[in-house]
Design a protein around this ligand. Structure first.
Ligand code: GLU
Length: 457
């Protein structure tokens, strides 16, 4: 069976590290099994959904490389929802309610004061046609609730009713439909709620696997009943844990700063973000994988842990550095060229990349190293006499990887300096920094003229 999965964000904000994990798990599962990955924009909340956010979500997914083969917007699918709602009404599973928010609120408070759970009491089901007409004549517009299957005979009193599914990640799961209020599926303004539209779409798009956050577990209990009421077969469900910060606290308040857009602006590599999202909270160690197919091969529901995944932006940056370290020159050549890092001799840029790729966190960091080998820097000259002696010993070109060793041996023999006292002042003068790539690799790229100028003022 080829799985059909969907990622269903609401275009009420940009994507962030929390919801991208859901997207990545769905996408990888489709990739691994030769399935279909659908982007569904859950834009039934007309006030908060915007076209700009939808564009932002598409841009974020494209940047991450999460290609989708079909896109649907819920706002285009109202006719389908109208037809499904009509079927539920005809079957007596969708009923009009006229209570205002205030009335419901007071009722809930009374129930709690009496020590009862604040479940909707189904008062609207007890109204007769005349009473409904009177309420409508008063100008009240109904909202509509789904009648959960949790009663017996004519009684409206809910009984314990276990909805059971075998979760792909959490194993056997149960929700007691007898402990829930009949959910509102249609607001008084006629707009549909996600609980309903999601099921209609999942049936219509023949979704086989719903992979989403564990904040939807209770929804799943309700939605399984909705699938059944609409004559559909529930898909397999997998609920992954939510992410917490490095301090163990929920990420929800900091998500703005953890947007995919901000990672992109910070110069992080998309596959570092995707690798992190795919492997956090799993039994695999988080490591950088540049090839999506390789990452997909690792994807396995059994590896996803129930404990919350920890997200640490420093860990993501370290992962980015490791990803860059593993990239061969051919993988970055065009990007270096676009940054203006070019030389008459292409092998120079290739050797430069090999020299510096272990010393950068983001690709933009190569700029400063390119200035070291091919531009101007401010040399740090701590001991001018020592540097002058070293300058006088610089061999003539051509230089290669052996030049550094031969030269520093000569400097050592003449000045008596060794170890850090030998290497550190040379590094500071040649690069302007106290750490960096191996000078053995940098020196031939810096070349004799620049080296001389930096050693001796
Ligand atoms: N729009 C829902 C959300 O973002 C989708 C949940 C689902 O995958 O069913 O939470």
């Amino acid at each position: 069976m080829h799985p059909i999965v969907r990622f269903a964000p609401s275009p009420t904000g940009r994507l962030h590290i929390g919801n991208i994990r859901t997207a990545v798990l769905n996408w990888l599962y489709a990739l691994k099994c030769g399935g279909t990955f659908i982007l569904r924009l859950d834009d039934t909340d007309r006030e908060r959904s915007t076209a700009e956010f939808a564009d932002g979500i598409r841009a974020d997914l494209r940047w991450l490389g999460l290609h989708w083969s079909r896109e649907e917007r819920q706002s285009d699918r109202t006719a389908l929802y109208d037809a499904a709602a009509a079927r539920l009404r005809a079957a007596g599973r969708l009923y009009p309610c006229f209570e205002t928010e205030d009335e419901l609120d007071r009722r809930r408070k009374r129930q709690m004061a009496m020590g009862r759970p604040p479940i909707y009491d189904r008062a609207a089901l007890k109204l007769d046609a005349a009473e409904r007409d009177r309420l409508e004549a008063e100008g009240r517009r109904p909202h509509w609730r789904f009648r959960l299957a949790n009663t017996e005979g004519d009684s409206l009193a809910p009984l314990p009713t276990i909805v059971l599914w075998n979760d792909l990640i959490r194993g056997d799961q149960t929700v007691d439909a007898g402990s829930l209020s009949d959910p509102v599926l249609i607001r008084a303004d006629g707009s549909y709620l996600y609980t309903f539209t999601s099921v209609v779409d999942d049936i219509d798009m023949t979704i086989t696997h719903v992979i989403r956050g564990e904040d939807h577990v209770t929804n799943t209990g309700v939605q399984i009943q909705l699938f059944e009421a609409l004559g559909g077969t529930p898909p397999a469900f997998g609920h992954h844990s939510l992410l917490v910060g490095a301090d163990g606290q929920a990420l929800s308040k900091r998500l703005g700063a953890l947007s995919i857009e901000s990672f992109r602006d910070d110069g992080l590599e998309p596959m570092a973000v995707v690798s992190h999202a795919a492997l956090v909270g799993t039994s695999d160690a988080i490591h950088a994988v540049a090839d999506p197919a390789e990452l997909a091969a690792l994807m396995d529901f059994a590896k996803i842990s129930l404990a919350p995944g920890r997200f640490d932006v420093e860990e993501l940056r370290a992962l980015n550095a490791r990803l860059l370290l593993g990239l061969p020159y051919a993988a970055v050549a065009h990007r270096l060229a676009a940054m203006g890092i070019a030389s008459g001799a292409p092998e120079t840029v290739s050797a430069f990349w090999d020299a510096v790729r272990g010393n950068i966190t983001t690709l933009a960091d190569v700029r400063a190293w390119w200035d070291v080998v091919a531009g101007d820097i401010a040399p740090v000259r701590e001991d001018p006499a020592f540097l002058a002696a070293a300058a006088s010993l610089l061999p003539s070109e051509p230089w290669d990887a052996a030049t550094w060793g031969a030269w520093t041996n000569a400097v050592k023999a003449q000045t008596g300096a060794k170890g850090r006292a030998l290497f550190h002042p040379l590094r500071l003068a040649l690069t302007g920094r106290d750490t960096g790539p191996e000078l053995k690799a940098l020196l031939p790229l810096i070349g004799r003229d620049r080296a001389l100028a930096r050693l001796a003022a």
